[in-house]
Design a protein around this ligand. Structure first.
Ligand SMILES: *Cc1c(COP(=O)(O)O)cnc(C)c1O
Length: 420
C-alpha cells in the first residue's frame, strides 16, 4: 500500500473521493482551466491543460500589441523585459530568488547552454555524468557537449552515483540529472545528490521538466549550480512554450554560455563587433524571444498566483497514492513502476501491464487521456490544479472495465501513431 504522506488524505472509495473533493483547499483552481467536461486529463506531464486566461492574453498580444502598437511594443508593452519577468515567476515556483532565471528557447537548447557553461567553469575536470535513464534529449545533448569539449560522458543511474564519485569523483566536472524520472516518476534526492557531487568538487545541473509546477523544489537552498525546465508540462504554458534556465548569482559573472546571441550582449543596441556578456542573468538571453508563446506562458502562470506549491504537492501525492492503492486492490496483473514512498514519488504513476499501448488507446477512446512509454508502461500524470479526486476514481474504474472487458484487444488500438 502507498503511504499517502503527512497531512494527505487516504482515498480508498468513491465516497472518500467525494469527501476529499469537499475538503480540497485548492478545488477552486479547477475553474481556471478549460478542460472539456467529457475528458479526464491525465497527461498534464506531457502537455498541460489550457488556462482560461491564456485566450485573452494571446488575443490582446496579437490584436493590440502586435496589430496596433507594432514594434513600439518592445518598450511600451514590455516585450524586452518579458523573458526575465517570466523567469522570475518560474523561479518563485522552484525556489530561486529573483534575477537567476531566464525564460526562452527550448529545454534542449537550455541543456546545451547550461551543461557547457558548467563544464567550462571546471576545465581541468574531464568527465560529464548523466543518467542512462534520463530523457533522450538530455543524454543526446550531454553526449554532444562532451564531444565538443573533448571530455568523457559517463551514464550513471542516480543510485550508483556515490560509488562513481568515490572511485573517480576528482575528475567529475558536471552531473546533469532530471529531478523526476520521466518514465517511472521516481523523484531523486536532489539535496543529497547535490551535496555528494559538491563534496567531490563537481557541479550539478537539475532538469526540472517533470517537477516545476508540481513538486516543490529549493534550487537556491540545495545549492544547485544550474537548472533547466520546460513550461508546457505542469506549468501549462501551451504547446512549444519557451523553456527556462537557472544560473545562480554566484556563477553568473564567470559563466561562459556557448550560444552568444546579441540579446545576451552587455550593450545589445550598441551593435558592437565583439561579444561581451551582459551582467547578471541577462547573459542567459540568446536571440529574439517567441513573444506570443511567452505571453501565453505568462498568463498561464497566473493560476499559481494564490496557490502554494505545497498544497499542489499534497493533493498530487493523495491522487498518486489513490492510484497505487487502487491498482493493488482492483487491477490484478498490473504492476506499479512508481515508488510507493511519497518522498520518492513525482507527480505521476506508471503502471506496467501487457498490451500497454493498446490499453492506453482504448482508455483515450473512453475519454481518459494518459500516455504510453516503452516498453510496457501506461503513464498517468496528475496535475492537481485541475483534477478532482472523484474524477480520478472514475478514470480508474474505466481502466478496470477496459482491462476486464478486453476491448483493448481490438485491432484498431494496435496501430502506433507518430506520437505515442
Ligand atoms: C519534456 C522533457 C524535455 C523536453 O525537451 P524539449 O526541448 O522541450 O523538447 C527535456 N528533458 C526532460 C527531462 C523532459 O521531461
Amino acid at each position: 500500500m502507498a503511504e499517502p504522506g503527512r497531512g494527505v488524505p487516504r482515498v480508498d472509495s468513491r465516497d472518500a473521493a467525494l469527501a476529499a473533493d469537499e475538503a480540497d483547499p485548492i478545488a477552486f483552481v479547477r475553474a481556471r482551466f478549460a478542460v472539456p467536461e467529457d475528458i479526464t486529463y491525465l497527461d498534464g506531464n506531457s502537455l498541460g491543460a489550457l488556462p482560461v486566461g491564456v485566450r485573452d492574453a494571446v488575443a490582446d498580444t496579437v490584436e493590440r500589441q502586435w496589430g496596433r502598437d507594432l514594434v513600439r511594443s518592445w518598450n511600451a508593452n514590455g516585450w524586452w523585459t518579458l523573458p526575465a519577468r517570466v523567469g522570475d515567476r518560474i523561479g518563485a515556483l522552484v525556489g530561486a530568488a529573483p534575477g537567476q532565471v531566464m525564460c526562452g528557447d527550448s529545454t534542449s537548447v537550455q541543456l546545451f547552454q547550461a551543461i557547457t557553461a558548467l563544464a567550462r567553469l571546471v576545465p581541468h575536470r574531464r568527465t560529464i555524468v548523466t543518467d542512462g535513464g534520463n530523457f533522450p534529449t538530455d543524454q543526446y545533448v550531454a553526449e554532444s557537449v562532451a564531444r565538443l569539449l573533448g571530455v568523457r560522458l559517463l551514464r550513471v543511474a542516480p543510485p550508483d552515483l556515490d560509488a562513481v564519485l568515490a572511485r573517480e569523483g576528482g575528475d567529475v566536472a558536471v552531473v546533469a540529472l532530471s529531478a523526476v524520472d520521466y518514465r517511472t516518476g521516481e523523484l531523486w534526492d536532489a539535496a543529497g545528490i547535490t551535496r555528494a557531487v559538491h563534496a567531490a568538487g563537481g557541479l550539478v545541473l537539475w532538469d526540472l521538466a517533470h517537477a516545476a509546477g508540481a513538486v516543490p523544489f529549493d534550487l537556491d537552498g540545495i545549492g544547485a549550480d544550474a537548472a533547466v525546465g520546460c513550461s508546457y508540462k505542469y506549468l501549462n504554458g501551451g504547446p512549444g512554450a519557451p523553456a527556462w534556465i537557472y544560473l545562480p548569482a554566484r556563477h553568473q559573472a564567470a559563466a561562459e554560455l556557448p550560444l552568444t546571441g546579441w540579446q545576451g550582449h552587455a550593450a545589445p543596441f550598441a551593435l558592437e563587433r565583439a561579444y561581451a556578456p551582459a551582467a547578471g542573468i541577462e547573459r542567459a538571453r540568446i536571440g529574439t524571444p517567441a513573444v506570443l508563446a511567452m505571453r501565453s506562458l505568462d498568463a498561464a502562470l497566473d493560476v499559481f498566483d494564490d496557490v502554494t506549491i505545497d498544497d499542489v504537492r499534497a493533493k498530487s501525492l493523495a491522487l498518486t497514492g489513490l492510484v497505487i492503492d487502487y491498482a493493488d486492490a482492483f487491477l490484478p496483473g498490473v504492476g506499479v513502476a512508481t515508488p510507493r514512498d511519497p518522498a520518492r514519488r513525482g507527480s505521476q504513476v506508471a503502471l506496467a501491464l501487457p498490451d500497454a499501448y493498446a490499453v492506453t488507446q482504448a482508455l483515450i477512446e473512453r475519454g481518459v487521456i494518459g500516455d504510453f512509454r516503452e516498453p510496457d508502461l501506461l503513464r498517468l500524470g496528475f496535475a492537481a490544479p485541475y483534477l478532482s479526486y472523484a474524477q480520478v476514481w472514475d478514470a480508474l474504474d474505466t481502466l478496470r472495465a477496459v482491462l476486464a472487458g478486453g476491448e483493448y484487444r481490438d485491432p484498431r488500438f494496435a496501430t502506433r501513431a507518430q506520437v505515442t
